[in-house]
Design a protein around this ligand. Structure first.
Ligand code: GLN
Length: 289
């Protein structure tokens, strides 16, 4: 592999069985961008650009890892979410574009409520992508985040440092979390909890199921809303009056999750689709009677 064009050809040849062509091209461009520190525009404009022997070796080694099915984000150790850099490793889920849409919804809702300050909690923070991008865009808010996994929390702490924001990270399991009744309340609670069932797993790409953390993805087939029940109970006692709960959800359980929230006592429940047209997120409000 001497030129950029050779890299694209070699990657395509080796990865086309695993990913579709557009994905292979995106992965190749991202890899060249990381290894050769060339912008996407340069990579496109100069296919005959010659890369060094050292870079060529790095690109070959990355290709070997890609062929095992390992996601490029884990190989490179970084990704981008909401325009910000994040460190990622197999202890955290790779941030998804649909979660960016959820973050956008929170930011827009805060601005329509004309809130300039308050507190927020992110439940099951993983890489910290939600909590950190919210703190970056809503600096007047105090942001806390919990996760059950110590290694995820370490990654999240490194990401808060990388993005120079102050977020409080706490080790806690939402399924066994007893809220202190006297602790201060939150204006906003947000979560992208595990929601993938065994049935969904069967349709998923092996580079998700073989490499991403199962504790962040899967739920028991007989209780797919287990996390939503716990989060709703917690939010019911810990949201301020008029406070908002935002959830990323399983597209197959849109109406069931809405119903669950209604029964638990939430109001103004809004179900939204993601960019692929799938029921993917819910916003609701707590208006105590
Ligand atoms: N959207 C993720 C996926 O399909 C799942 C995220 C989650 O379980 N919270 O891989």
């Amino acid at each position: 592999m001497k030129t950029i064009k050779d890299v694209f050809e070699n990657y395509r040849l080796n990865l086309v069985k695993m990913y579709d062509v557009n994905e292979v091209n995106a992965i190749t461009s991202l890899t060249i961008n990381n290894v050769c520190e060339l912008s996407t525009a340069k990579i496109k404009a100069f296919p005959e650009f010659e890369i060094s022997a050292g870079q060529s070796l790095k690109l070959k080694n990355i290709l070997l890892e890609l062929k095992t099915g390992k996601p490029i984000q884990y190989i490179l150790g970084n990704t981008e979410f909401y325009g910000l850099p994040f460190n990622v490793n197999p202890s955290v889920l790779i941030p998804r574009p649909e979660t960016e849409e959820l973050v956008e919804w929170v930011i827009n809702s805060v601005s329509s409520k004309q809130w300039t300050a308050g507190s927020m909690l992110d439940i099951g923070t993983g890489s910290g992508c939600i909590a950190i991008s919210l703190k970056k865009n809503l600096p007047g808010f105090t942001v806390s985040a919990i996760d059950i996994s110590i290694s995820a929390l370490k990654t999240a702490v490194s990401n808060a440092e990388l993005n120079t924001v102050d977020v409080e990270f706490v080790e806690a399991d939402i399924l066994n979390f007893k809220p202190e009744t006297k602790a201060p309340k939150f204006e906003i609670i947000i979560s992208n909890p595990p929601y993938v069932t065994l049935h969904d797993k069967a349709q998923m790409h092996s580079n998700v199921t073989d490499f991403e953390p199962h504790s962040a993805l899967f739920v028991p087939e007989n209780d797919p809303l287990i996390f939503y029940k716990a989060i709703a109970d917690y939010a019911f006692t810990r949201l301020t009056s008029g406070g908002l709960l935002f959830l990323e959800i399983n597209e197959s359980y849109g109406s069931q999750t809405v119903e669950l929230l209604r029964v638990k006592g939430f109001n103004n429940i809004e179900l939204r689709k993601d960019m692929s047209g799938r029921d993917r997120m819910i916003k609701c409000e707590l208006i105590p009677r």
